[in-house]
Design a protein around this ligand. Structure first.
Ligand code: HMG
Ligand code: MG
Length: 299
């Protein structure tokens, strides 16, 4: 059955901007984007990444971004942390929640974080302990859940095993990433069924990229299974630097429109997000990837 409510995790400021080619986006623009999204009613915003600036130059100002944002009450601002060094940066910047990221594919793990899946899980262990000691919640990502750009097909059992390992380690939620946006609804449903045997549905999120235009259909399929947390990116910003050809995340505007049609509440103001999406794409000189935003137009 469909959930009555869905929590949107807005990943535009992180997943959306990390891959933006060209000059480094000014910190003030990133801060304004986050503040506008919070004002639009988004209660969970992935704001930054404490990763190596050599690997992801666009996220090099993570500390300045965390220092610049408004911090609205009731809004969770989170950041990616691949290792202890990242967590230390996040703690110093007063980040209330972080996310670790693993993959279901060995090849992708190597390309993205320069280690094997097993090594990544070992690396996360001390991070989890320190985060817990500092009172910081940790979310876990699993990438390439519906296919890998290097390895091809991914066994749902492998996705389930990595998800379970992150849960057992103490992640409060596992976000399932279709990194290359290649999956289809039946495949998404089967993958979710396998994972849900290891992780309660209430602790799962869908993080679907839209490369093949299937993200909304895939979301419909997993919503029907009862999944109630969706990661999305305003204006469909983004991609992944280690997944060639991957387009942005599913657009937040499009997800909100789908959910409104299903009478599922989110607490987010669609028109305010549309406005923000038009603003940020203008600032970046980029195409607005949301069909709904294009249909509604400037507002
Ligand atoms: P490495 O080179 O193996 O790390 O990279 P290292 O520990 O050997 O360190 C190398 C250098 O990086 C050192 O500096 C460290 O200090 C520095 P040097 O001595 O050469 O000057 N360093 C750091 N600097 C800042 N912050 C840190 C940090 N750690 C080390 N946290 C590492 C390993 C994990 C660091 C690197 O591979 C990395 O940063 N990878 C990040 C990749 C990334 O951000 N990918 C995109 C996010 S994941 C994603 O988009 C998928 C997702 O959206 C879900 C989906 O769609 O599937 C989440
Ligand atoms: Mg992603």
């Amino acid at each position: 059955a469909f959930p009555q409510q869905v929590r949107i995790v807005e990943v535009g400021p992180r997943d959306g901007l990390q891959n933006e080619p060209g000059p480094i986006i000014p910190t003030e623009i990133k801060v304004e984007l986050i503040d506008r999204l919070a004002a639009a009613g988004l209660q969970h915003i992935e704001a930054a990444s404490f990763v190596s600036p050599k690997w992801v130059p666009q996220m090099g100002d993570a500390a300045a971004v965390m220092a610049g944002i408004q911090r609205r009450p009731g809004v969770t601002y989170s950041a990616l942390t691949p290792n202890l060094k990242g967590l230390e940066g996040a703690i110093a910047a007063n980040t209330p929640e972080v996310a670790v990221f693993a993959a279901a594919s060995e090849a992708f793990s190597q390309k993205n974080i320069n280690c094997s899946i097993a090594e990544s899980l070992e690396r996360f262990q001390p991070l989890m302990e320190q985060a817990q000691a500092a009172g910081i919640r940790v979310r876990g990502y699993v990438s390439t859940v519906l296919g890998c750009p290097y390895q091809g097909e991914i066994d749902p059992a492998q996705v389930a095993a990595v998800s379970r390992a992150l849960l057992d380690m103490g992640c409060y939620e596992i976000s399932l990433g279709d990194t290359i946006g290649k999956g289809t609804p039946l495949q998404a449903k089967k993958m979710l069924e396998a994972v849900a045997r290891e992780v309660p549905m209430s602790q799962l999120a869908a993080h679907f990229h839209d490369t093949y235009g299937q993200a909304l259909a895939n979301l419909y399929a997993v919503l029907e299974e009862g999944l109630a947390v969706i990661d999305s990116s305003t204006a469909g910003l983004g991609g992944c630097p280690y997944a060639k050809g991957a387009s942005g995340n599913v657009a937040t505007e499009d997800v909100l429109y789908l959910l409104e049609g299903l009478n599922i509440s989110t607490g987010v103001d669609l028109r305010a997000v549309v406005k923000t999406g038009h603003w940020i794409t203008r600032e970046l000189g980029r195409h607005n990837g949301s069909k709904v935003a294009q249909a509604i137009g400037p507002c």
